[in-house]
Design a protein around this ligand. Structure first.
Ligand SMILES: Nc1ncnc2c1ncn2[C@@H]1O[C@H](COP(=O)(O)OP(=O)(O)OP(=O)(O)O)[C@@H](O)[C@H]1O
Ligand SMILES: [Mg+2]
Length: 232
């Protein structure tokens, strides 16, 4: 039987910071296999929405359910476990550890959930190979190009086979050519079944990678569109 439960369900989510409603009643379902791009002007609530799904922040009202788990009532410890095991995150500025070689940066995600050092290194090297950066495994992040760093960031995010991959402006710090490589990579991942939720200012990223876009203005969804990637 096909599992039709959404991977992500936001039900009338509000998030207030003082007098500001960063999210003002957002409801959104994301199904397995979708690639959803959240767009909208600066300050419209995109990162706030992603942080809710990542379990990095809690809703002031409404509910956030991911992979059948209701995040609102989970303890901090349970949220940390959820972040390590169930989701992968890709950041605009990579967030790699400068003091660790690339291979160890990627392997660390698996070490944190108790995978043996050897197994973690083998999987990390496999992923780096798939992402075209295996030759950088022993290098330190500082000597990599932005595009290479982001491919390492994606490898790290995929390490524990997350059911959901989250990305906040994954091409925001990259030049055009490296940005295109990362877009291709995200598209490839989605086409082999990876569910993707990304936040971006970049219409090209959305057109290229996303199956659906959602536009936020002042913390509300003002438009949703199905995208036809075959034209991008
Ligand atoms: N930790 C916080 N404390 C106070 N206000 C916050 C906090 N985080 C976000 N906000 C406010 O919530 C609103 C939405 O912010 P958010 O970071 O989600 O926007 P964004 O769409 O990601 O913007 P950008 O495109 O610039 O990254 C803004 O008004 C912002 O100032
Ligand atoms: Mg943001």
């Amino acid at each position: 039987m096909v599992n039709e439960d959404p991977v992500v369900r936001l039900d009338d989510v509000r998030r207030e910071f003082g007098d500001t409603a960063a999210l003002d009643g957002v409801s959104l379902d994301i199904l397995a296999g979708e690639a959803v791009a959240v767009m909208g002007p600066s300050g419209s609530g995109k990162s706030t929405l992603l942080n809710m799904v990542a379990g990095l922040d809690r809703a002031s009202a409404g509910s956030v359910t991911v992979l059948g788990e209701k995040l609102d009532t989970m303890s901090e410890g349970a949220l940390a476990r959820y972040r390590r095991r169930r989701i992968g995150m890709v950041f605009q500025f990579f967030n790699l550890l400068d003091d660790l070689p690339v291979l160890e940066n990627v392997a660390l995600s698996a070490r944190l959930i108790g995978t043996s050092a050897k197994k973690a290194r083998v999987r990390a090297l496999d992923l780096l190979d798939e992402l075209g950066v295996a030759d950088r495994a022993r290098a330190y992040p500082a000597v990599l190009s932005g595009g290479e760093r982001q491919r390492v960031g994606v490898a790290r995010a995929l390490m524990n086979r997350p059911a959901l991959l989250l990305a906040d402006e994954p091409t925001g710090a990259l030049d055009t050519r490296n940005g295109e490589q990362v877009m291709d990579l995200l598209l490839d991942l989605n086409q082999i079944g990876q569910t993707l939720l990304m936040v971006t200012h970049d219409q090209r990223l959305a057109d290229h990678c996303a199956s659906r876009s959602v536009e936020l203005v002042d913390g509300r969804i003002v438009r949703e569109r199905a995208l036809d990637r075959s034209r991008a």
